[in-house]
Design a protein around this ligand. Structure first.
Ligand SMILES: N[C@@H](CCC(=O)N[C@@H](CS)C(=O)NCC(=O)O)C(=O)O
Length: 411
C-alpha cells in the first residue's frame, strides 16, 4: 500500500514540475511546451497505472506470504502441542516397549546378580519403578552396564532414559550430564583398611597406597583430603570395581576408598569381612539418585514424581500388601497418591490415574525398597536415626524418622 502511494506521488510531482516550469517562463508556454507537457503527463499516467498494477501484485504476494507464514506457525504450534501431548521421551519409551537404564551388576545392594541371575538392587528397583509407572511392567527394562567413568557421556548422549548407578549429585554434573531427579540415598565417602594395619583414623593414612575408581567424585575428594591435610599418598586409579577390589585384596594398595555404603557392601563380599575396618571419618557429601537426559522436562517431572510417590507411600503407610485396601479407604492424602481422589498431575505427565498403585504393587514403597536391598534383607545398612530415615515430621507412626528423605508433596 505504501509503495503504491509513493509511486503515485512521484508521477504527480513530474506532471506538476512540467506545468510549473511552463508557468515560470517569462515568454509564456509555446505549443511545443504544451505538447511536451501532455506527453510527459500521459507517460506519467501510464507509469502510474503500471506502478499500481505492480503494487497490487506485490500486495497480493505479501498477503499470500503472510498467510503462508501464519500456516507455518500454526503447524509448528500444532507439532509442539502434539509433542507436549504425547511427551518426547515418554512416547519413545512407550513405543519401544521398554525402559533403558544405565546401571551396574557388580555391587551388592545397588545392582548385583542373584542366584537365579536376576539383577537386583536399590538402583535396579528405581529403574523398575519408573518402568512400571510408564509401561505398567517392572520387567520391561533393559540395563546397560557401564563403568563409573562412562556415566557422563552415556546420559549426555540421551541413549539411555535413566542413569541409576550410585550417582552423586553435583553442580557440574547437573550442568553437563543431565537433570538430577531426587536424592534417594544420602552417602558420604570413607576409607576401608585391613584391620591388621592397626590404623584407626583417616588422618593416619600418610604415605598409603590408595585404590580408587576413575571418573568418580571419590577420586576428586581423595585428592582434596590428602592435600588439605598435607598427607603424602600414592593413588592407584582403576576403571572397574572388580579390579579395584582385586588390587585391594592382593595387598597392592593399603586402602580402598569409596562411598561408605558401597564400602560396606563390598566388604560383605570379601573372604573375611571382619578382617577389614571402615574408618570413622566421612570426608564428603554424596547424595545419590537417578539422572535423566537434559531437554525433556516432562520426562524429568515423571521421574521426580515416581520418586516422590515412593517416599510418600512410606510416609502414608501404603505398602505392597495394603495398596488396594488403602486405594478404597478414607485417607484422603493416600487416595490422592493412589489416584482414587483428586490429582497429583497424572494427566499433564501422561501417566495413568492409578500409576502409583501399579508401582507400589510391583516394587513396594521407599522403605520396602530400602529394606530389601540396603537394609536388613540386603546389605544391612542401619537406617533408624540416620540421614536415610524419612524426615522429622513425616506423618507415618511406625517408620524411622528424623532423617533427610523428603520430596515434593503430592498434590
Ligand atoms: N558416588 C560416586 C562414586 C560412584 C561409584 O560408583 N564408584 C565406584 C565404586 S565401586 C565404581 O563404581 N567404580 C567402578 C566402576 O566404574 O565400575 C560418584 O558418583 O562418582
Amino acid at each position: 500500500m505504501k509503495t503504491k502511494l509513493l509511486i503515485a506521488m512521484l508521477a504527480m510531482v513530474s506532471v506538476f514540475a512540467v506545468a510549473f516550469s511552463a508557468c515560470t517562463d517569462d515568454s509564456g508556454p509555446t505549443d511545443a511546451d504544451l505538447q511536451n507537457a501532455q506527453a510527459t503527463a500521459s507517460a506519467a499516467q501510464s507509469a502510474l497505472n503500471d506502478a499500481n498494477s505492480r503494487a497490487d501484485a506485490a500486495e497480493a504476494r505479501a498477503d499470500d506470504a503472510e498467510s503462508a507464514a501464519d500456516e507455518a506457525k500454526m503447524m509448528a504450534d500444532e507439532a509442539m502441542m502434539a509433542m507436549e501431548d504425547t511427551g518426547g521421551r515418554l512416547a519413545q519409551v512407550q513405543d519401544r516397549g521398554h525402559l533403558i537404564c544405565a546401571s551396574r551388576n557388580d555391587v551388592p545392594g545397588y545392582g548385583a546378580l542373584d542366584d537365579s541371575g536376576r539383577n537386583v538392587g536399590f538402583d535396579i528397583d528405581l529403574c523398575r519403578a519408573v518402568a512400571t509407572a510408564v509401561l505398567n511392567d517392572p520387567e520391561a527394562i533393559e540395563i546397560q552396564y557401564i563403568t563409573a567413568a562412562e556415566r557422563g557421556p552415556t546420559i549426555q548422549s540421551g541413549e539411555v532414559d535413566l542413569l541409576v548407578r550410585t550417582v552423586t549429585w553435583t553442580t557440574s554434573r547437573d550442568a553437563q550430564w543431565g537433570n538430577y531427579a531426587q536424592t534417594m540415598f544420602y552417602d558420604g565417602q570413607g576409607f576401608m583398611v585391613p584391620a591388621d594395619l592397626g590404623v584407626t583414623s583417616a588422618y593416619e593414612l600418610g604415605g598409603a597406597a590408595v585404590c580408587v575408581t576413575s571418573g568418580t567424585t571419590t577420586e576428586l575428594n581423595m585428592a582434596d583430603f590428602f592435600r588439605q591435610n598435607n598427607l603424602e599418598y600414592n593413588p592407584q586409579v582403576f576403571e572397574d570395581t572388580d579390579v579395584v577390589l582385586d588390587s585391594y585384596k592382593s595387598g597392592a594398595c593399603d586402602v580402598f576408598t569409596n562411598d561408605r555404603s558401597q564400602l560396606a557392601a563390598l566388604r560383605t563380599a570379601l573372604p573375611n569381612p571382619q578382617e577389614h575396618v571402615i574408618l570413622p571419618e566421612t570426608i564428603s557429601e554424596e547424595p545419590l539418585g537417578p539422572v535423566v537426559p537434559h531437554g525433556d522436562e516432562q520426562w524429568f517431572d515423571i521421574v521426580k514424581t515416581v520418586m516422590s510417590g515412593l517416599i510418600y507411600a512410606e510416609a502414608y503407610g501404603i505398602n505392597s500388601d495394603n495398596v488396594s485396601q488403602v486405594a478404597d479407604g478414607d485417607d484422603v492424602k493416600a487416595k490422592r497418591l493412589l489416584g482414587t481422589e483428586g490429582t497429583i498431575g497424572q494427566e499433564t505427565l501422561g501417566l495413568s490415574e492409578t500409576f502409583m498403585q501399579d508401582v507400589i504393587n510391583a516394587v513396594g514403597n521407599y522403605g520396602e525398597i530400602y529394606d530389601r536391598n540396603l537394609g536388613p534383607d540386603g546389605i544391612d545398612l542401619p537406617r533408624e536415626g540416620g540421614r536415610n530415615a524419612l524426615w522429622a515430621d513425616a506423618p507415618c507412626s511406625d517408620c524411622p524418622k528424623g532423617g533427610q528423605i523428603y520430596a515434593a508433596p503430592l498434590r
